[in-house]
Design a protein around this ligand. Structure first.
Ligand code: HEM
Length: 575
């Protein structure tokens, strides 16, 4: 569901009509099979003027941590409680599938892990998970530092050059910069493809030109009005490629979101894909991405060197030319898989690992820029651990404060803010904090929004829930009589570099939990730690405007409406 922050001055009559329709539906649906579950009486017009997850938060405070929301002709159960989350994600995980989310993502990701049905998921998770082994992550830290260095060098050049205002500061949309950085990294990590080194003469650019791109739009807005114009500072060739890539990927996601909110599935009508312009565009975008991935798979298969998983995990990852997951998956003995499945897997990881990480960095900077003392604390740690050097796998372990900043940014701005599930069979879910002790019966087919945003800002489980306090993760928190919740205890997950759902007993779920937990969590966390450390090592950051002027928009992740415009200065202490 796409929610965009828009102005609230729509005609009153329209708002009343929406309210009445919503109330009728709510009343009609509230007599349904969900027993005594509280029902949010919110009006549809509440959904205008602010992103959806803000409204879900208000209703959470009003109705409790499990409530039912009638939303158009659909009804959802909204969950904002760790005990219920634990039930759905871990204890009874296989009684739920991805429901609406799978419907939305299937045309793009096919049978990739995120939307996959249970049988496919079981088979592919077993094959893909070993790809994220320790040596791979170590090799990736080098990729993170190489790519981050490319970004910081670019900023330094801009500061030294004509773009700086009086040689002191540059103004940059850091959201766009992080998006570019995360794309470089995910391209290398997943299929050893360096988007960042693309020039106009590269075969890929020629390949794309050969597709004779019709009507490539300069305003390729994409899923959340992403400001592609932010890339103009990049090399021209790269800009063009990224434009094509963003155009295709965002265009595809945008269409998926459109389908999720459009009640008549007209795209299923024969010939619609050829006749309806937006469906033609969707097919075209898919073709660009799929052709590109098919080419990469072909190349990898041509140079296949088959080996057992253990052997693959012991390769000299720091020195081999291609450390990517694609290489691992193609070379794995016994994992012969058709190209279509492999392409779905790659596409899923490309999308899952790109904007999510970019968003973490964006919101971390947003929060830091409002807390200069925390920037100084972070820089003091960076100076003492790294000096002028580059981060390594070992030094990430010492950058404790930076790691805490990353997870605190994920607490306040979880990506995605909602997890989606559908009950495959009838179940009884716990009642949640202050809810019905006997729990609530839910019939098969019930759609659930698990609001990670609400959970992460729940006043029942966090002190000062809206404040940016990275240090909070170091402090043990007793359950204080909350029945069934084990409290917050860092010793519960010994050796974990980053706080997780186990430590928090499902009150902190930035990567989900249970069997379908994110497969790239450590990859993404280390990537964010390295990128943030290297930025703060060199620069001081300030917001260009007020924090209030940064408007939120949600698609799959929380974005800004018009970019995260910041002022960047070289650090005053001579670094
Ligand atoms: C699943 C978040 C980065 C690949 C998930 C889920 C979350 C999540 C919340 C669970 C979804 C659900 O239960 O419905 C994030 C965040 C990231 C990130 C916040 C960055 C900060 C990555 C990266 C990759 C990746 C870098 C791959 C390289 C996946 C995959 C799944 C997944 C394949 C599906 C797992 C399964 O169902 O078995 N991610 N992710 N993610 N993520 Fe991530």
């Amino acid at each position: 569901i796409r929610c965009q922050s828009t102005s609230t001055d729509e005609p009153k009559a329209k708002r009343n009509l929406l309210d009445n329709a919503s109330n009728l539906l709510t009343n009609f649906l509230s007599g349904g099979s969900l027993g005594s579950m509280p029902v949010a009486e919110g009006a549809v017009s509440d959904l205008f003027g602010q992103p959806l997850f803000f409204s879900l938060y208000d209703w959470f405070l009003e109705h409790g941590s499990v409530y039912k929301l009638a939303f158009g002709p659909k009804a959802f159960v909204v969950v904002s409680d760790p005990i219920v989350a634990r039930h759905i994600l871990r204890e009874n995980a296989f009684s739920f599938d991805k429901g609406v989310l799978a419907d939305i993502l299937e045309p793009i990701m096919g049978k990739g892990l995120i939307p996959a049905d249970l049988d496919t998921w079981k088979q592919r998770r077993r094959v893909i998970a070993p790809g994220f082994h320790a040596l791979y992550l170590e090799a990736m830290v080098k990729v993170f530092t190489d790519c981050s260095e490319r970004s910081t060098l670019k900023f330094e050049n801009l500061l030294d050059g004509e773009h700086s205002c009086g040689g002191e500061a540059i103004e940059l949309d850091l959201e766009a910069e992080f998006s570019s950085l995360a794309l470089d990294i995910i391209g290398l990590g997943v299929f050893n493809y360096d988007f960042g080194s693309i020039t106009k003469e590269s075969p890929v650019i020629k390949f794309i030109f050969n597709l004779s791109t019709p009507g490539l739009r300069k305003d390729a807005g994409g899923i959340a009005g992403h400001n592609v114009g932010g890339f103009v500072a990049l090399e021209k060739g790269k800009y063009y490629l990224m434009l094509v890539y963003f155009e295709a990927v965002y265009g595809t996601l945008f269409e998926a979101e459109h389908r999720s909110t459009f009640y008549i599935p007209y795209w299923k009508i024969p010939l619609a894909r050829w006749v309806v312009p937006r469906q033609r565009k969707f097919q075209y975008d898919l073709k660009i991405i799929n052709d590109c991935l098919d080419g990469l798979i072909r190349n990898a298969k041509e140079s296949r060197e088959e080996a057992d998983v253990e052997k693959l995990q012991q390769r000299d990852y720091l020195n081999i030319k291609d450390a990517s997951l694609l290489r691992f998956l193609v070379d794995m003995r016994g994992a012969d898989v058709d190209d279509r499945q492999l392409r779905d897997d790659l596409m899923t990881m490309l999308i899952a690992g790109h904007e999510t990480t970019a968003a973490v960095l964006t919101w971390a900077v947003f929060l830091l820029a409002q807390n200069p003392s925390k920037i100084r604390k972070a820089q003091a740690e960076i100076d003492s651990v790294l000096g002028q050097g580059r981060p390594t796998f070992e030094s990430v372990k010492k950058l404790e404060y930076i790691r805490l900043i990353v997870v605190e940014a994920l607490r306040l701005y979880p990506q995605p803010p909602l997890l989606i599930r559908r009950a495959l069979k009838a179940d009884v879910i716990p009642g949640g904090y202050k809810g019905d002790k006997d729990g609530y019966k839910i019939p098969a087919g019930t759609d659930i929004f698990l609001s990670v945003y609400n959970l992460h800002r729940s006043p029942y489980f966090w002190d000062q829930p809206h404040d940016f306090v990275p240090e909070r993760f170091l402090v043990e928190k007793k359950s204080e009589g909350i029945e069934g919740w084990a409290g917050f205890d860092p010793s519960r997950s010994p050796g974990a570099l980053y706080p997780n759902e186990i430590i928090s007993d499902f009150a902190f779920l930035p990567f989900g939990g249970g069997p379908r937990k994110c497969i790239g969590d450590q990859f993404a966390l280390m990537e964010s730690t390295v990128a943030l450390a290297m930025l703060l090592q060199k620069f001081d950051v300030e917001l260009k405007g007020s924090p209030e002027s940064v408007e939120l928009v949600t698609g799959a992740t929380i974005h800004t409406k018009n970019g995260m415009w910041c002022k960047l200065r070289k650090r005053s202490n001579g670094h």
